[in-house]
Design a protein around this ligand. Structure first.
Ligand code: ADP
Ligand code: ZN
Length: 724
């Protein structure tokens, strides 16, 4: 017996299988999809079995497989098919695709650590007459104490009752010791009050056919109760004996949803996301692989969860760009979910209050089935929105807060209602400039301005993380003339504290939530009304449901409006709409104030009218500019350390494209990328726009192969990029 094995090295030259002989001692156990160790050169390395052969033409010099690394880990035919699909849509190597499916503890590479976690427990030997033993050993009070404890608690962690008495009981075979695997995350049952769906929710629930593949777009305003409908579908799927997968944009933004799922499904849920430790991920993966859970909730990579009997996939907040992976392989979890839904003949449900234009366009063309929830639960009203022109406010010296927002914050504080303030810029000042010589701090690696963080007194590059301690004097002219410009969340917090000294204020952004659990703590405390005002970046915009929040302020909306990207209006609309949706979710009416220097911007005027108005304005622009959903996009970046050489290669790539693509296909560039210099490398961009081009994949593969072996210049290809 022989096996075709793909090995752990991810280079293009080794992107093929090697044949190994299967030694007799593992013949009975070996399966396609297993991880094995094999000799390669003079090393022992790891790989996956992709095919089993009964015979080969010539077995001269064929080496033996060393061993199966983990008998439990067998990639299913579905996962292997997903790997093929990943290679096809992202142009990655086969081994990269396989490794992408797995958490780090299961990947094919040597890892010294064993992630399995064991606990030693003690329990009474059921074959012993305990009463009799107690009678005969009355004077050993310590032993009797332990026995009584074991009678009531059944089993106890050995480490909690050390001592000679326990050792005696063990020696006498009265108490048994057992070592067993323990999962790091465990969810206990909690009680809650069951909710009955409203008639609107029920109508939506009934429109989904759980027995066949179809994509649904659940378009429901903020607070319309989408989560409850998800739960009802999932319950139905479990009743059918199947499993469900729920993808969420960022686990930190969805603590409330997860809590809700734990209430409903308790230990039937596994979670998978990047904030878990490697050990926790390992355990969650084991639970899924062993079929011990029926529901998986997770972020992007959870789309690869090894559920063997999938009945439903739901993608919440489908507009979120976190579903697209930014680094290689640049896959979209939505595409993978579609692949799995088709493979299993099950529905895929996309949920959003502000769907991507792609999803809405497909729903309106009946490619997807549109499901709508137009009203908030219990008829809570959508909040009123006021747009404030900051150009006018500045004249009245209201630089940070407009008089209207100031006034309304004060009112809320008096009424003991809560406030959320969104400012999508972390740090203190967005740049530091010398008023004497004009010097501005810039990142030496990336050529963009450094952000000043007051808490650490550092200037930080938000792209590469470069850090520079702030100088007292200008490093250029030595004058004491450094000034801070541009508003960040730190400075806003400082200002709000001065303006409202009695208010209890929390700031939630990447800098205040680095510690594990800190994010949940902010949310719990805000929910428990330990804070009046929550200041934050986009972290405060999604998924939160606080009944006492009646005012939302967006400070400096312009930071989100002025991003040079074809999706920036869509993203800004979604962000503002989502954060506005945090206001007035219960019986108290909500208000939203948006501060901007562009009060007539259509994104803002549409916020008052709703998503559909935005859709109607944005779609014709996309058509005119030949952007998605009318055209498909591909972004190529030609990257290298030498400016001239890199630009030259970029021009060659462009020529190659021009000579080979269909004549309807548009190739633009090369131009300098939005961030030309990043981490000391120059980046030139080529954009391809096409509707139908049967040759495009082959052409991209050719380009990829041409540059795969070059050292000084490489090409980064992003098919269907989330931003350009
Ligand atoms: P969405 O995700 O659509 O923004 P949520 O699922 O967060 O909305 O629901 C908004 C609020 O309404 C939540 O507090 C939720 O508990 C409540 N809710 C939803 N459905 C019902 C229902 N059928 N009965 C009572 N309360 C509900
Ligand atoms: Zn940098």
């Amino acid at each position: 017996m022989y096996a075709k094995v793909i090995i752990e090295y991810a280079t293009k030259e080794l992107d093929k299988t090697f044949i190994y002989h299967v030694p007799e001692n593992i013949e009975a156990k070996i399966k396609v999809g297993m991880k094995v160790s094999v000799p390669f050169g003079n090393k022992k390395i790891y790989g996956f079995v992709l095919e089993i052969l009964t015979d080969v033409e010539e077995d001269f010099a064929i080496k033996d497989i060393c061993d199966i690394s983990d008998e439990e880990l067998v990639l299913s035919p579905e996962l292997l098919a997903i790997a093929d699909y990943l290679c096809d849509v992202t142009l990655c190597t086969k081994i990269t695709a396989l490794q992408t499916l797995l958490p780090s503890s299961f990947k094919a590479k040597k890892h010294k650590q064993n992630y399995d976690y064991f606990e030693t427990i003690v329990k009474l030997n059921p074959d012993i007459d305990i009463q009799k033993y107690k009678e005969e050993n009355k004077r050993f009070t310590k032993q009797i104490e332990i026995i009584d404890k074991l009678v009531s608690e059944k089993e106890i962690k050995q480490s909690t009752i050390n001592g000679s008495s326990l050792q005696t009981l063990i020696k006498k075979n009265i108490v048994l010791v057992e070592k067993r695997q323990k999962y790091r995350l465990n969810q206990k049952e909690v009680n809650y009050i069951e909710k009955t769906l409203t008639p609107d929710q029920n109508k939506v629930f009934e429109q989904v056919d759980l027995n066949k593949f179809n994509t649904y777009l659940l378009y429901g305003v903020t607070g319309s109760g989408k989560t409850e409908v998800y739960i009802k579908w999932i319950k139905e799927v479990l009743r059918m004996g199947k499993q469900a997968l729920l993808l969420v944009p960022e686990i930190l933004l969805t603590t409330q949803i997860i809590k809700r799922f734990y209430e409903e499904f308790a230990s039937n849920v596994a979670i998978l996301h990047s904030a878990l430790s490697a050990g926790e991920k390992h355990d969650e993966y084991l639970k899924i692989m062993r079929g011990e859970v029926k529901i998986v909730i997770g972020t992007r990579s959870a789309v690869f969860a090894p559920l063997s009997n999938l009945g439903l996939i739901i993608i919440d907040e489908e507009q979120s760009n976190t579903y697209k992976q930014d680094n290689n392989p640049k896959y979209s979890a939505k595409d993978i979910a579609t692949f799995r839904a088709k493979y299993n003949h099950i529905p895929l449900i996309l949920g959003s209050a502000t769907p991507t234009l792609e999803a809405m366009a497909r729903a309106l063309k009946n490619v997807y089935t549109l499901l709508r929830l137009d009203k908030r639960v219990s008829n809570a009203k959508l909040p009123t929105i006021e747009i404030v022109d900051m150009a006018e406010e500045i004249k009245r010296r209201n630089n940070i807060l407009s008089s209207s927002l100031k006034q309304k914050i004060r009112e809320r504080l008096e009424k003991h209602e809560q406030i959320i303030l969104l400012l999508n810029r972390r740090g203190y000042a967005t740049y530091v400039n010398c008023s004497s010589c004009g010097y501005t701090y810039k990142c030496p690696n990336c050529d963009i301005t450094l952000t000043y963080h007051a808490s650490s007194n550092n200037l930080i590059c938000h792209y590469c993380g470069y850090l520079h301690q702030k100088d007292k004097y200008c490093p250029n002219c030595r004058e004491d003339a450094l000034n801070y410009y541009g508003l960040g969340t730190e400075k806003l917090e400082e200002y709000i504290k001065k303006e409202y000294p009695d208010a209890r204020i929390a700031r939630m952004d990447q800098d205040t939530t680095t510690l594990k659990g800190s994010h949940e703590k902010f949310i719990e405390d805000f929910q428990a009304e330990k804070y009046d005002i929550l200041i934050g970046t986009q972290m405060v915009s999604k998924g939160l449901d606080f009944p006492k929040v009646t005012l939302v302020g967006v400070i400096n909306a312009d930071t989100s409006l002025n991003i040079p990207d074809f999706r920036s209006s869509e993203n800004a609309f979604s962000l503002f709409y989502q954060v506005a949706g945090r206001s007035g979710r219960s019986n108290l009416p909500g208000e939203v104030i948006i501060q901007t220097f562009n009060p007539d911007h259509y994104v803002l005027t549409c916020l008052k009218k709703g998503y559909e108005d935005f859709y109607k304005i944005e779609m014709p622009m996309r058509r005119k500019l030949k952007y998605p959903p009318y055209y498909y996009l591909i972004g190529l970046k030609v990257i290298g350390k030498d400016y001239v050489k890199t630009l030259e290669e970029a021009k060659k790539v462009k020529q190659y494209l021009d000579a080979n693509v269909d004549k309807e296909t548009i190739c633009l560039g090369p131009t300098t990328a939005l961030i030309l210099k990043y981490n000391n490398e120059y980046r030139f961009q080529i954009i391809i726009k096409y509707r139908f081009d049967s040759k495009i994949k082959t052409i991209l593969k050719d380009i990829d192969n041409m540059y795969a072996l070059k050292k000084d210049v490489y090409v980064d290809i992003d098919i269907d990029p989330s931003r350009i």
